[in-house]
Design a protein around this ligand. Structure first.
Ligand SMILES: [Zn+2]
Length: 256
């Protein structure tokens, strides 16, 4: 019953939507990884963007006035991760907060020796458990480049992880996946990446991935969507598992 209602509600939203064609085309132009989608995938992405924009509110902070162009760009990148999953994977929260540029995150914590610290650090993105995603527009509008850097994919990968099943290191395998294979591919790749960084072996992956397994998952997700072919070549086992996790094969799409 619930599913029927959801479908009915979504169809109504899609019928009433008027997503601006020029904004949509500008988004495809900006992000090369969306151009490689098949016609059918592109239509599905567009529907998800409409539903995402209906369900989530994208609000400005730090003096930023959010334009429709920004909304479409952020929603499209966020929806790439759930293209073959469902918008329900982003349930339980509504807000995306956008700063014009890097913002300062302030937080307090107490260390193992009981000493309290106050930290203020510049951030390009942040995601809160069952709460908002916070982004810097200066970074969110970047195409990805050769490094595969993509703050929107990074933060929404964290979101799928933290709001879904799994432990603090990695998200749980999806149904139909081999849990042990998924886990060992992530753990072995994380160890290998740590060794590469320690020995100064050149890698196109952001070294920040060595900070924590959860960061490794988010950074590898960026590469999975934006530098798919390179990831599939250099990290085939991990690529294969991410393809099962995201239920898509971006490296198998035609290059544009
Ligand atoms: Zn992160």
């Amino acid at each position: 019953m619930f599913e029927v209602l959801t479908r009915w509600r979504r169809e109504r939203i899609l019928r009433r939507s008027n997503l601006d064609e020029s904004l949509w085309r500008a988004m495809l132009e900006r992000y090369p990884f969306t151009r490689a989608l098949s016609g059918e995938e592109r239509a599905r992405l567009r529907e998800q963007v409409v539903l995402f924009l209906h369900e989530k509110s994208i609000v400005g902070a730090g003096g930023l006035k959010v334009r429709d162009e920004m909304r479409v760009c952020i929603a499209a990148q966020a929806c790439m991760l759930i293209l073959n999953l469902d918008l329900d994977y982003y349930r339980g929260w509504v807000e995306v907060i956008v700063y014009p540029d890097e913002f300062v995150a302030k937080y307090d914590y107490v260390d193992e020796d009981g000493i309290a610290h106050h930290v203020e650090e510049p951030m390009t993105g942040e995601s809160w458990l069952e709460g908002p995603v916070i982004l810097s527009w200066a970074d969110a509008q970047l195409r990805g480049g050769d490094s595969g850097y993509n703050v929107v994919i990074h933060e929404f990968a964290h979101k799928l992880h933290m709001d879904g099943e799994g432990d603090e290191d990695f998200p749980a395998a999806r149904s139909g996946m081999d849990t042990a294979k998924w886990r060992s591919a992530l753990e072995e790749s994380y160890r290998r990446f740590g060794r590469d960084i320690d020995t100064g072996r050149p890698t196109f992956i952001d070294p920040y991935a060595a900070e924590h397994p959860a960061e490794f998952f988010a950074v590898m997700s960026e590469a999975f969507f934006t530098e798919s072919a390179v990831l599939a070549r250099d990290w085939p086992g991990l690529y294969q598992q991410l393809a099962l996790f995201y239920r898509q094969d971006p490296a198998g799409r035609a290059e544009t």
